[in-house]
Design a protein. Structure first.
Length: 57
């Protein structure tokens, strides 16, 4: 289960990307979450996925 609060979600996703997943697509597949929905939620707090950094910035 992933956090519903956008700030907690940001922290959770960036930690998972840093420690366990090579890219956002793999994270979404493994956690069974919609990439579009995840990006929409984090865009709501002005964070966007940076492929080169493999994190939301």
């Amino acid at each position: 289960m992933i956090p519903k609060d956008p700030v907690m979600l940001l922290s959770f996703v960036n930690l998972k990307l840093r420690d366990f997943y090579g890219n956002l697509d793999v994270l979404c597949e493994e956690l069974d979450v919609s990439r579009t929905e995840l990006e929409r939620k984090l865009a709501g707090i002005d964070y966007h996925y940076d492929k080169e950094r493999n994190q939301f910035v």
